[in-house]
Design a protein around this ligand. Sequence first.
Ligand code: GLC
Length: 445
Amino acid sequence: MADPGFTPTQLSARAAYLLRGNDLGTMTSAAPRLYPHMWSWDAAFVAVGLAPLSVERAVVELDTLLSAQWRNGMIPHIVFAEGVDGYFPGPDRWACTDLASAAPPGVRTSGITQPPVHAIAVQRILDHSRRHGRSTRAVAEEFLDRRWTDLVRWHRWLAESRDPTGVGRITLYHGWESGMDNSPRWDAAYSNVVPGPVPPYRRADTDVVADPSQRPSNAEYDRYLWLLEEMKQARYDDAGLVSAMSFAVEDVFVSAVFSLACDVLATIGEEHAAPKSDVRDLHEWSARFRNGVVATTDPRTGAARDHDLRTGRWIGTETLAMFAPLLCGGLGRDAERALLRTFEGPRFSGHPDLRFAVPPSTSPVSGDFRSREYWRGPVWPVMTWLFSWAFARRGWAERSRHLRAEGLRQASDGSFAEYYEPFTGEPLGSMQQSWTAAAVLDWLG
Ligand code: GLC
């Protein structure tokens, strides 16, 4: 069936209009109603989308995020917009200002983190700035000079505090830290979380998305919130969390993103005469985490796995996480080919019934697959963008172009949905999601 959607020119105009609409001044809300604050990895993707529109505004986005960086180096997963309510758990529930000695002064944040895609945004900002005159280039360069130390501090925190034993994999203490909040990847680990008394609460998400099948259940939410209580008891102390948390999983996807981001940042550092010791550390982390990712893989299929530190079990799911090595590299030739075949074949993007040939969050042939449920099946356009960007970087130009073309076909409905039903193409979750617009702007820019 033909897709009558918007033309590329109309689509990019609408995407730009959307980002302007979601602009709160110095931050862009992740989405107008469901996510009315700044989310960490959303902000990075948003900066990627802003860069072709305005390098200056893209820089502001990252500056706002980095101004909320914790003293230990963590970039928090949410920076709360001042005076905006309507999201749960909000800043009072997290209580970071009161409890966490590392929390930043003067800004309210959550107490967990999110995937480290920010170096990619810095690179896109620098790329775009080169197409402009001297003053715009200066804005980007000055940003890099000003924030280089913070970016390295962020990476150092991940490499040290979230991989204290040096295995080359990032430990998460909450499924939300993965950005794939409700993925079947976390089911086994959550099933071992026994919620203690959780202070009363009222969810806000189900007011916005009325169809409960698209959102996590209340029992799941109890566990999510219990983990917050555990963190609060440990006062968000990095060393304390290691033993305090009943959820502790090494996330292979975040680890691959981190390896890749270290590589990107190292290259930027080399090009801009950053301190040699920083560049050396970044290269080291990139290699350590690449090895850490590859060590989880099945030698024949190349599929990567998460690792539950509480049970010692490997978690092999047919989700986007299995493709982690395609982002950071490191597999042998045959295993990589096999993994690419899975990515493009009938278990994922090549499933014959898909509306568009883009990877669903969970394989349609997996027992875990749910076509409309949060991170259990639908397509996230921003994930399509991430793979298409990474594939281009890895030299797979044709594969990258194909993902871009299919991703754009999907987005041409103009809803900029948070996620899409993979078979029907129905837009789901939040509409006017900033990062979906950002992906489109980068593709069309
Ligand atoms: C959801 C997603 C997370 C995203 C946030 C804001 O929580 O799971 O990845 O950052 O929404 O868009």
